[in-house]
Design a protein around this ligand. Sequence first.
Ligand code: C5P
Length: 227
Amino acid sequence: MIPAAGGGSRMGVARPKQYLPLRGRALLEWSVAPFLDLEWIDGVVVVLARNDTEFGKLPLARHPRLTTIVGGSARADSVLAGLALVAERSIAGAEVRVLVHDAARPCVSWADVERLRDEASDRDGGLLALPVADTLKRAHQGRVAETVDRAQYWRAQTPQLFRLDLLLAALRAAAARKTEVTDEASAMEQAGYAPRLVRGRESNIKVTFPEDLKLAEFWLAQQQYLS
Ligand code: C5P
């Protein structure tokens, strides 16, 4: 499931970032492609903003394995809308797993998606993530308060993989408590699970600022599935 209902205000352009052109396609098309290509994935749900006018123009919109639904004002609301649709379309009682992937990450490799599937298929689920390479400082009023042990810190990426029933319950509980969750793993953590950190790659960048597009272009040019 791909939440793509954000406005991308940090890009500083009127057009939502998921539709910006990248190597001849929309950014979103790159982000969705590996999931459509992997045959063990039953289907792809793309969550769109209510006022989206762009998705329907993409060739992707007519893909037989893809469904869309309207999202909400926060990322977690969009994810919940997508999950509800997946639940509705699943066979009752089946143990369904769901991958949630940011529309803004166009360079994920299908090999990493498969590793996540293989390494994080238990009850706690997991996510692609990277150990922090830089020395980490805790700040206080613009000065270093302390140097922290970087070995304990990882940067969370997507996709994140969880059991559909457990993730739905965790996100609904977080919504009821009105706690902000910026990724699915944090909702699961709050529900008492310990998601597995599956080592991803530097290339799986999140396009946030305009200069990130150049970097995304570079990484896509390196990748095999282009050839
Ligand atoms: O805003 P941020 O970069 O954290 O968004 C991460 C992902 O969540 C993006 O793919 C964005 O489109 C999506 N999102 C969403 N609904 C929102 C806000 C963000 O689907 N209300």
